[in-house]
Unconditional design. Structure first.
Length: 293
């Protein structure tokens, strides 16, 4: 059996009972280590699960899946995934490969940012398409995300933006020369994300990300305890002026608030606002939300 096991969002104890039972049954277990990260080291997982873990980077999962799947038709092999197994298309691909090899597959689900984003107070059924925002470079500034945000905005829906992480990445020179030298890990912060959004808005000028008129909510380490999880709400202009430490440690996500905004959403997210008065004023005057003042 090939198991793909969701680990949840925070630490070694977020695994489900079903997931832990599957881990205990596996003769070989891989830890996917590039689409997201947990808030604890691999050693904490190994101590709690009482099993050694094999780190699986992008190359292994995407190009060496045969090694991961080796023997899974005769014994239990597991792949641990931060969040939920279907949070990244990579995992759908390895499931298809396993089934093509006639290997039985079992998926064990867990919490992910896709549903835990509700911690900010916005209602999940008011979200549209989720988008990813990658690090810009001097020569590469992809802006296809903007079209999806606009499509959501046209439907008055919220947009969850997943911010880029760079783990075990090579720079252009080392990549071109085939040198296995990797850059230090990088995690996009909310201020950097807001800066990139506003840069593209200035080029597109569709007025869906007007700094003073667009409400947004930054989240970090969702699922952690009170000392870890941070939620900060405000206009894009508000968020752009906050020091980086306000937003907490990575991983960060950002929500662009859509016009389909209920007064309970406004009131719930207001507790995290940089400026509560401005938050309410924009919700009422720009978003047309009926509020009891």
């Amino acid at each position: 059996m090939f198991y793909i096991i969701g680990l949840g969002l925070c630490d070694e104890k977020d695994i489900t009972v079903r997931g832990l039972e599957a881990v205990k049954s596996c003769s070989r277990i891989y830890l996917e280590a590039y689409t997201s990260i947990l808030m604890v080291d691999k050693s904490r997982l190994e101590a709690f699960y009482e099993k050694p873990l094999i780190l699986a980077d992008r190359d292994m999962v995407e190009t060496e899946s045969d090694e991961i799947l080796r023997g899974a038709d005769k014994e239990n092999v597991g792949l641990l995934v931060v969040g939920d197994p279907f949070g990244a298309t990579t995992h759908a691909d390895i499931i298809l490969r396993a089934r093509a090899l006639k290997i039985p597959v079992r998926v064990i689900h867990n919490a992910s940012i896709m549903n835990a984003v509700g911690a900010c107070g916005l209602q999940l059924y008011n979200f549209g398409q989720t988008v990813s925002l990658v690090f810009f470079t001097d020569t590469w500034k992809p802006d296809s995300f903007y079209d999806k945000i606009k499509e959501n905005a046209d439907l008055d829906m919220h947009t969850l933006i997943l911010l880029d992480i760079k783990v075990k990445e090579q720079n252009e020179e080392n990549l071109a020369r085939g040198r296995k030298i990797y850059e230090p890990p990088r995690y996009m912060s909310i201020p950097q994300a807001v800066s990139q959004l506003l840069e593209i808005e200035s080029l597109r000028q569709s007025e869906i990300l007007v700094p003073e008129k667009t409400l947004a909510i930054g989240l970090s380490r969702v699922g952690g305890d009170e000392s870890q999880q941070k939620i900060v709400s405000g206009t894009l202009a508000d968020l752009a002026t906050q020091p980086a430490e306000v937003f907490g440690e990575p991983l960060h996500s950002l929500v662009i608030v859509g016009k389909k905004l209920h007064h309970l959403e406004v009131e719930y997210a207001q507790q995290y606002a940089v400026n509560a008065t401005n938050w309410r004023n924009v919700a009422r005057d720009v978003y047309g939300c009926a509020l009891d003042d």
